[in-house]
Design a protein around this ligand. Structure first.
Ligand SMILES: [Fe+2]
Length: 259
């Protein structure tokens, strides 16, 4: 374990993000909302069992996510905290960059608490609890990924006044945390939350040769920092890592390249 999470994450000071923090009131979710969650999970799991990376599937079990109920973040954190020191912390919505990076550097993942409606099972323009918890949080149980994400937040916090450098760091986030893939036993496996939480995006990657899906290149930090992307379109290029150590080292190396 490279990171130091001896401090209690819940007690970490977040002077910038503080005004965005909210409490999740789990008791107000309706049976229909829990049913929407169950439907979302049951739509994704058959594909993920075959195509998600092993670390995601392990993390899903380790943090006790349920297929039939919206996650209670307090329960998730009771399991996640002792493993890596990460905490899924409820926030009111999109955070400005300085608050977002402050939270990552403190091992607190900003997590929305609302859930998409049944009419938009496949896509929401803004992240909801399905994208944030189902898509992101299982990977935070993996020690190296956990260290990478904290390091990423720390490096970005140090670049906060340089828009151009932050944009380049945003590409590192996009091609790892959101749309990352990894080679395991000779196959491409998914770990980015934008893939994990989207059936359409994942299918586009899995069936890439028949559906004109993305070209998969070997991960290269310089290439990623220079790779523009469109949020609103299916991805045309993705970068495959060989191990999660590679992205941890990339976050550290990015600091040298950009400062
Ligand atoms: Fe995300």
């Amino acid at each position: 374990m490279k990171g130091n999470f001896a401090m209690n994450p819940a007690a970490a000071r977040l002077p910038i993000a503080e005004s965005f923090l909210i409490q999740q009131d789990w008791s107000i979710y309706t049976p229909d909302q829990h049913a929407v969650w169950a439907e979302l999970v049951s739509r994704r799991m058959p594909q993920l069992e075959e195509h998600a990376c092993a670390e995601y599937l392990d993390g899903f079990d380790q943090i006790g996510l349920r297929e039939d109920a919206i996650p209670n973040l307090a329960e998730v954190n009771k399991r996640l905290g002792p493993r890596t020191g990460w905490n899924a912390t409820s926030v009111s919505g999109f955070l400005p960059p300085d608050a977002f990076f402050e939270m990552l550097a403190a091992r607190q993942f900003p997590t929305t608490t609302w859930l998409r409606k049944r009419e938009s099972l496949e896509y929401t323009p803004e992240p909801d609890i399905f994208h944030d918890v189902f898509g992101h949080v299982p990977m935070h149980a993996h020690p190296v990924f956990a260290d990478f994400l904290q390091e990423y937040g720390r490096v970005c916090a140090g670049l906060i006044h340089d828009k151009d450098k932050l944009e380049r760091m945003g590409r590192l986030f996009w091609f790892t945390v959101e749309f990352g893939v990894i080679r395991q036993k000779g196959e491409i496996k998914l770990y980015g939350s934008g893939l994990i939480s989207s059936h359409g995006e994942s299918t586009h990657v899995i069936n890439r040769s028949s559906e004109g899906g993305p070209e998969i290149r070997d991960f290269d930090l310089d290439a990623v920092l220079n790779q523009e992307f469109l949020v609103s379109e299916m991805q045309k290029v993705l970068y495959a890592v060989e191990s999660f150590d590679q992205i941890y080292e990339a976050a550290k190396e990015a600091e040298h390249r950009l400062t």
